[in-house]
Design a protein around this ligand. Structure first.
Ligand code: ADP
Ligand code: AMP
Length: 217
C-alpha cells in the first residue's frame, strides 16, 4: 500500500501515520522528521534546512526532492509506505511521479486530512512530541497519561521550535500558496480522498482506512 497523506500543518498527518504503521507495518516517511533529525545531528543537510524551518518556509525543492528519492529507493519501501509532508509543491509532486514511475510503483491513494485554519493554530501550539519515539501528543486534545513523558515509551516530551504562533501563521500561508494546488493535481489523477480532520483521532483513522479500501483483521 502506497499512501500519500496530505493536509495543512497540524491536521493530524503524523498522528494518523503512526496508527497506519502499527496496523500495516509499512515505513512512515516524513520529510519534516528527516529534516529535524538532520538538524539534531548537525549534518550539512540540517544546516541547510534549519533557517527555512525556523522561518516556517519550505526547504528548497532541489534539496527536498533529493532526500525523498534516496529514501524511496530503499528496500523497505517496496512493500509500501506512508508519505507525510511530501510533496508540498507542484515541482515536488511531478518529481515524485517520475520517481514512482521509475520504481514501478502506483500510489494507492492521496488522503487529505482537512482541518480549517481557525482550528490549526491551537493544534500546533499545543503539540508536544516525544524525544525518543517521535509520537505526537496535545496538551489539551490528546494528552499523555504520563504528563511530560510519553505514554508509549516514557520518553521526554518537547515542543518543536517551529510550533510557535508566529511561525504557524507563516506555515499556513505557505501551505495555501504552494501546497493547496496539489489537491486539484491529485483530483485530476483520480487518487484524491478528503477526510474531515476535525473528528476524533479514531474516527479520522476509520475514514483513512476506508479510503484505502483494504480488508482489516
Ligand atoms: P501534522 O503531522 O499534520 O502536522 P500532528 O499529527 O502532529 O499533525 O497533529 C497536530 C496536533 O494535533 C498534535 O498535538 C496531535 O496530538 C493533535 N491532533 C491530531 N489529530 C487530532 C484530532 N483528530 N483531534 C484533535 N487533536 C488532534
Ligand atoms: P512538518 O514536520 O511536515 O510540519 O515540516 C516541518 C518543516 O520542515 C516545514 O515547515 C518545512 O520547513 C520543512 N519541510 C518538511 N517537508 C517539506 C517539503 N516537502 N518541502 C519543503 N520543506 C519541507
Amino acid at each position: 500500500m502506497y499512501i500519500l497523506l496530505m493536509g495543512p500543518p497540524g491536521a493530524g498527518k503524523g498522528t494518523q501515520a503512526a496508527k497506519l504503521v502499527e496496523e500495516f507495518k509499512i515505513p512512515h516517511i516524513s520529510t519534516g522528521d528527516m529534516f529535524r533529525q538532520a538538524v539534531k545531528e548537525g549534518t550539512p543537510l540540517g544546516k541547510q534546512a534549519k533557517e527555512f524551518m525556523d522561518a516556517g518556509k519550505l526547504v528548497p525543492d532541489s534539496v527536498t526532492i533529493g532526500i525523498v528519492k534516496e529514501r524511496l529507493a530503499k528496500a523497505d519501501c517496496k512493500k509500501g509506505f506512508i508519505l507525510d509532508g511530501f510533496p508540498r509543491t507542484l515541482e515536488q509532486a511531478e518529481a515524485l511521479g517520475k520517481t514512482l514511475l521509475a520504481l514501478g510503483i502506483n500510489l494507492t491513494r492521496v488522503v487529505n486530512i482537512n482541518v480549517p485554519h481557525g482550528d490549526l493554530v491551537s493544534r500546533v501550539t499545543g503539540r508536544r512530541i516525544c524525544k525518543s519515539c517521535g509520537r505526537a501528543f496535545h496538551v489539551e486534545f490528546n494528552p499523555s497519561t504520563k504528563g511530560e513523558n510519553c505514554d508509549a515509551c516514557g520518553g521526554q516530551l518537547y515542543q518543536r521550535a517551529d510550533d510557535s504562533e508566529a511561525t504557524v501563521v507563516n506555515r499556513l500561508s505557505v501551505y495555501d500558496a504552494q501546497t493547496q494546488p496539489l489537491i486539484a493535481y491529485y483530483e485530476q489523477q483520480g487518487l484524491y480522498t478528503e477526510i474531515d480532520g476535525r473528528q476524533p483521532i479514531d474516527k479520522v483513522y476509520e475514514g483513512v482506512v476506508k479510503s484505502l479500501k483494504v480488508e482489516r483483521a
